[in-house]
Design a protein around this ligand. Sequence first.
Ligand SMILES: [Zn+2]
Length: 190
Amino acid sequence: MTTLCALFGAMPFHALHAHEGHDHQTHAAHEHGVATLRVASADKALVIEFLSPLDNLVGFEHEPRSDEQRKAMADAEVLLRDGAALFSLPAAAGCQLLGAKLDSPWLQSEQPDHDHGHGHSDAHGATEHEGHADLAASYRFECTAPDRLDSLHVRLFDSFPRLREVRVERATASGQGAAVLTPAKAELPL
Ligand SMILES: [Zn+2]
């Protein structure tokens, strides 16, 4: 996560100031059906952060109470860890997923590289509050030809049909900007 912070921190990207404050939960509105994506690239590194109400991903926002709900959570985690499937990048850019991290109050799967010692209220933690809960995911890619990195096809809508809108903040070689993706327009120019 240090790398992620360093990368975003190095960007002159005002929209990411909330990230530096480690409290972007309070800045990103929790709206069912809507999620946030932050995409940043520098040199060969491409970092994608995804923040979503848990409802978009599993259909509930409480501790799983049944086998069915535990399975729904576990299934979502499997899909969410597969960053290479969720985010299609141009083959010419030669990108490889180096790591994916999930943070949510009731993850079913263990993450060897995740620090479980500090509960779920750490810097990037997705928190539970007022009957709502979020999930945060971060992905780190390395691309051998970053100059060919001209688009990102977001496949989150295919895996999570409850998701209807993804608000994107982008800071890449071509500059910074914002975009809104929908199932009908899931391709982001970089
Ligand atoms: Zn909610």
